[in-house]
Design a protein around this ligand. Sequence first.
Ligand code: SAM
Length: 240
Amino acid sequence: MAFTSDQIWSLLGWTPSADQARQFTVLQLQLAHWNRRLNLTRLVQADDYWIAQIYDALWPLLPQPQGRQGPRRIVDVGTGGGFPGLALAISLPQARLELVDSAARKCEAVRAMAHSLGLSSRVQVHCERAELFARRVGMRGQVDLAVARAVAPAPVVAEYLVPLLTPGGEALLYRGRWDQADEDGLGRAAALLGATLVRRQQRQLPAERGLRTVLGLSPTAPCPGRYPRKVGQPARRPLA
Ligand code: SAM
């Protein structure tokens, strides 16, 4: 038996408004629609959608602690078919989101999905390389929360995300299995970027969908101006 959306909210300990619940259903329909044309993701139906997309996107951020103001400016780098970015946009209605991907057709689909969800006023889609986006005036050093899921090895993703952060901001890396060697590598990359590991959380996804790990990095100093390096360099020569 597949999980229902209500069971997913209960597992997350969060209750969406009626409008948010409707938006998650619209997002599933939109994803199925665009997937027929573009092959965006295989995670569209039943548990694939509600657990591997929605629950997986939201568990590191929900529920928001009572009274604490959530992140205002969020960037999702390598958003692909819109995850985790669109799920965050629905569940954090006070936030503005920038969704970044270098694949033009994916960006077109995600832009259309954001429009269908009524989110165009606070969700912008940028068809751009992460290395260039992080150098934009108005983005570098301006972001409260920068996230990435399934984009590149952790030290590469750290180089895309950390330069975007405000001094109190956080880069959240969505990973699967994680070991001490991974953590040592990410720690070395973070130190070069002027950041440090501030959280490591693990959770088994429901329905035996596997172990997930999120790693949080926060700045300890201004990120040196040489990062991120030129397009392609972070992936070709990772910092660790
Ligand atoms: N984050 C989505 C998810 O979890 O479903 C998509 C993951 S998909 C495997 C990786 C995406 O990252 C692709 O859409 C790819 O175009 C994008 N990507 C990889 N490197 C990138 C870069 N340097 N700049 C912008 N986009 C990048």
